[in-house]
Design a protein around this ligand. Structure first.
Ligand SMILES: Cc1ncc(C[n+]2csc(CCOP(=O)(O)OP(=O)(O)O)c2C)c(N)n1
Ligand code: SF4
Ligand SMILES: [Mg+2]
Length: 342
């Protein structure tokens, strides 16, 4: 057997050069029961379309497990396995290691097989963060972890997660007449944290399915680069965000255009903005956050003061962070001077 069988052999998945070049085959089809306008279902469809048929998908508990495997039905055409809520990282690593061992022993044909584990924000940004972190340190195994972030524990009726935006109305943070804003914490910076904290992870990216071809190409890039990789997808959720399902695509765009959710890749330690985020970095004005927030019922209780606070926090991400909207550390002026004097 060739030596390459036991290195990190990956499929070479060239980027789709435009929507007309996207392959026609679907590996996530009918048979699911997600809400109308569910962007996370679209993410599943695009993710596996980008990966192709030689792919194993693993998924932690959440809407993309429950609504996709209702009794005796499933939209998955490729092999799929459910894993425990906090275990997307362990499932990815274990499967990648298992495949490698079976191929090494000659018990299965040696070929590159994509391993993708998805998790929600509850499963990824909160409960399974430790397992994802461990997986991102194991550079000898190829796997992609995709966190679909609908900004709540949606499947169990919209409880707030570490990824829920400031002030949002959830079942754990209902606005009342005595206290208007119950959820006062700023959203976790999951992709930035994982990129900064795992120097040997070769690829971390953020994506948004409103930009479908770009989104698929980031999945293809992650799988081609190999090793453990991570993608964070922001997914409008009509039920949890409380809006008309026809607005999913528009809200996905507004999240980027307001600068609330930046689109970037960190490849071998280099940050590269892309799409409309790149245009913002190059000087295009950000849209006011109110255009995004006021289209969603979860922010219907916001008054001007809340909108101003939210806007100021987003401005801070862009104006004060060491790497705008990616890395929130700030170096002391004295440190900057000392480094530049070298
Ligand atoms: C260890 C554990 N705790 C709680 C639950 C109940 N539970 C099932 S799905 C879910 C929500 C998961 O949220 P998220 O990962 O964001 O996925 P979403 O439902 O939003 O798609 C919870 C709390 C569980 N299955 N396992
Ligand atoms: S609650 Fe949100 S994430 Fe869950 S199926 Fe409905 S739209 Fe999709
Ligand atoms: Mg969620």
């Amino acid at each position: 057997m060739a030596d390459t069988a036991f290195t990190n052999a990956t499929q070479i998945l060239e980027p789709f050069k435009g929507v007309k070049k996207v392959t026609i085959e679907e590996y996530f089809t009918s048979g699911h029961r997600t809400c109308q306008g569910c962007e996370s279902a679209l993410v599943m469809k695009l993710m596996v379309k980008a990966a192709g048929p030689r792919t194993i998908v693993l998924g932690s508990t959440g809407c993309m497990y429950v609504a996709n495997t209702t009794y005796y039905t499933t939209p998955w055409v490729v092999p799929w396995m459910h894993t425990q809520l906090g275990s997307s990282g362990s499932a990815a690593l274990g499967t990648a290691a298992g495949l490698k061992a079976l191929m090494k022993k000659g018990k299965m044909k040696s070929e590159p097989i994509n391993v993708i584990a998805f998790c929600g924000d509850g499963g990824g940004a909160d409960m399974g963060l430790g397992a994802i972190s461990a997986t991102l340190t194991h550079k000898e195994y190829n796997s992609l972890i995709l966190m679909y972030d609908n900004e709540s524990y949606a499947n169990t009726d919209i409880q707030l997660s570490g990824s829920t935006p400031y002030g949002a109305n959830t079942t754990f943070s209902p606005p009342g007449s005595v206290k208007r804003i119950i959820h006062t914490r700023w959203k976790k910076n999951t992709a930035g944290m994982l990129a900064a904290g795992h120097p040997e992870c070769r690829y971390v990216a953020t994506v948004d399915a409103s930009y479908a071809v770009e989104m698929m190409n980031k999945v293809r890039k992650a799988l081609t680069i190999g090793g453990p990789t991570f993608i964070h997808s922001l997914d409008p959720c009509p039920k949890g965000w409380d809006y008309d399902p026809m607005l999913s695509h528009e809200l996905g765009e507004l999240a980027i255009e307001t600068g609330i959710f930046p689109l970037y890749e960190v490849e071998d330690g280099q940050v590269k903005y892309y799409g409309k985020t790149k245009a913002i970095v190059e000087g295009r004005p950000r849209k006011p956050v109110r255009e995004y927030l006021l289209k969603q019922g979860r922010f219907a209780h916001f008054i001007e003061e809340d909108l101003a606070y939210f806007q100021a926090k987003v401005d801070e991400m862009w104006d004060k962070w060491e790497i705008p909207a990616v890395v929130p550390f700030r170096r002391l002026d004295a440190t900057k001077e000392a480094l530049s004097a070298k």
